[in-house]
Write a protein that binds this ligand. Structure first.
Ligand SMILES: Cc1cc2nc3c(=O)[nH]c(=O)nc-3n(C[C@H](O)[C@H](O)[C@H](O)COP(=O)(O)OP(=O)(O)OC[C@H]3O[C@@H](n4cnc5c(N)ncnc54)[C@H](O)[C@@H]3O)c2cc1C
Ligand code: SF4
Ligand code: SF4
Length: 385
């Protein structure tokens, strides 16, 4: 009988060697043989376990995404562009002190504080910067730590390695802040049908972040050097609406880097990513896009409610006066869907260019209805031109 190749070697061949690794951390912390070094996943030893969690949980190994969508969400809420939508709003934390030191409206930090305070979860995994200014996941259990680890850093945070390291019986009492690929990995942890996976050690709450891309640490480091600064000088970073720049905040002032210079620093795996809104999270939070006043927008988020758990938390946040919600216009939702659909089309185009065949979609299945929809849009366009 031919022996099935080990999970690690399959992961190496189909993800790591294909530059599809997003650095999410889902395959790290499960065994001593796989680690993240800087933003690279490194295999220290070749384990021959055939149905390992590392392969099953990786967001870049093939899976039935349609089945996952239908198992986790109400099918009536599903949209092709942005996944399940139960509600869509602009939001910000009502506490001005919290808002003073967060990325946008502080929605993520305020919701985690509330969830912890009300006993929905007793801890949360957020992203922290190490002494070397590398991103990593951190388990926090109090408000002070949560606020200390607010703001967005656009380099990879292998947050899920920290989630894997906590005891199983604690996992469902934990909330996780996740990029879209991380939310996908968490959904696979819940649904993967492999020996030893009950799906019961899923996080109690997944707060997703919208995500366009992350930056390769090495290339970003070199970009900063060209501007005469290092990671240690950064006090924050942002991508303001409509300006086509990356803003770098430092003690010495603001640096505006044109997107054309940033583009080549984007992690290769992000070019094959179809999800911009964390479709597999309970709630997804991004920068607000409304009106023309960039500074006003910066103080707000857009938030998408996807699951019953997410809906209950938002209702609690309003009742307890933790969040201020503002009705989002139909046009804002249309704009968001349009941008999300563009990312899907672009990712599929890049995947087909990489595999050189529309029949080989790497980690995606060609019979997935969402994949079919955006691949066929591309084909129709080609037919017309
Ligand atoms: C890599 C990346 C790309 C993004 N791209 C977009 C985009 O294209 N469009 C858009 O609208 N929004 C994007 N966002 C989301 C946006 O920057 C804010 O995180 C979001 O609006 C929430 O704002 P807030 O004020 O509620 O956040 P806060 O309350 O300040 O909380 C932010 C949370 O994010 C966590 N975090 C920080 N960096 C990372 C990281 N690298 N990975 C995982 N978690 C992290 C922090 O620990 C904290 O819990 C991106 C975020 C990241 C991290
Ligand atoms: S699980 Fe995440 S970190 Fe591991 S190989 Fe897959 S994408 Fe990379
Ligand atoms: S663009 Fe996609 S692959 Fe890249 S970090 Fe964001 S969610 Fe992950």
């Amino acid at each position: 009988m031919i022996k099935k190749p080990g999970s690690q070697s399959r992961l190496k061949k189909s993800v790591l060697e294909q530059s599809l690794c997003t650095g999410c951390g889902a395959c790290v912390g499960l065994c001593p043989y796989q680690v993240i070094y800087a933003d690279r996943t490194v295999q220290l030893f070749d384990c021959d376990l055939p149905d390992g969690k590392c392969y099953a949980f990786c967001p870049r190994t093939p899976a039935d995404h349609n089945h996952i969508r239908k198992s986790l969400f109400d099918v009536n809420d599903l949209t092709p562009e942005i996944g399940a939508v139960k509600g869509y709003y602009f939001s910000r934390a009502l506490n001005p002190r919290l808002r003073a030191d967060v990325q946008h409206g502080g929605t993520v930090t305020a919701l985690l504080e509330l969830a912890m305070g009300e006993g929905v979860i007793d801890s949360a995994i957020v992203s922290s910067r190490s002494e070397d200014f590398e991103q990593c996941g951190l388990l926090v259990t109090d408000q002070i730590q949560l606020r200390r680890h607010s703001k967005s850093w656009f380099t990879v945070s292998p947050t899920l390695a920290a989630f894997n390291r906590i005891p199983d019986d604690r996992k469902k009492r934990t909330g996780v802040v996740a990029t879209p690929c991380q939310a996908m990995a968490l959904a696979k942890m819940k649904t993967a049908e492999i020996p030893g996976n009950s799906g019961s050690d899923f996080p109690g709450l997944v707060i997703g972040l919208f995500c366009g891309w992350t930056l390769s640490m090495e290339k970003f480091h070199n970009l900063l050097a060209r501007y005469g600064i290092t990671e240690a000088d950064l006090t924050g970073m942002d991508i303001p609406a409509g300006k086509n720049i990356l803003e770098l905040f430092t003690a010495g002032g603001l640096l505006s880097v044109p997107m054309a210079e940033v583009d080549h620093c984007v992690r290769t795996a992000c070019r094959y990513c179809m999800d911009s809104t964390a479709e597999f999270a309970d709630l997804s939070v991004g920068a607000a896009r409304f009106g023309t006043d960039c500074e006003e927008m910066r103080g707000w988020n857009q938030i998408m409610v996807r699951s019953d758990r997410g809906k209950e938390l938002i209702e609690l946040a309003v009742a307890k006066q933790v969040l201020q919600l503002r009705e989002a216009s139909a046009q804002a939702l249309r704009e968001l869907k349009r941008a999300a659909a563009e990312k899907k089309k672009k990712a599929l185009k890049n995947i087909v260019e990489k595999s050189r065949s529309a029949k080989n979609l790497l980690y995606l299945k060609s019979d997935d209805p969402i994949v079919r929809r955006y691949l066929s849009v591309d084909k129709k366009r080609k037919g017309k031109s």
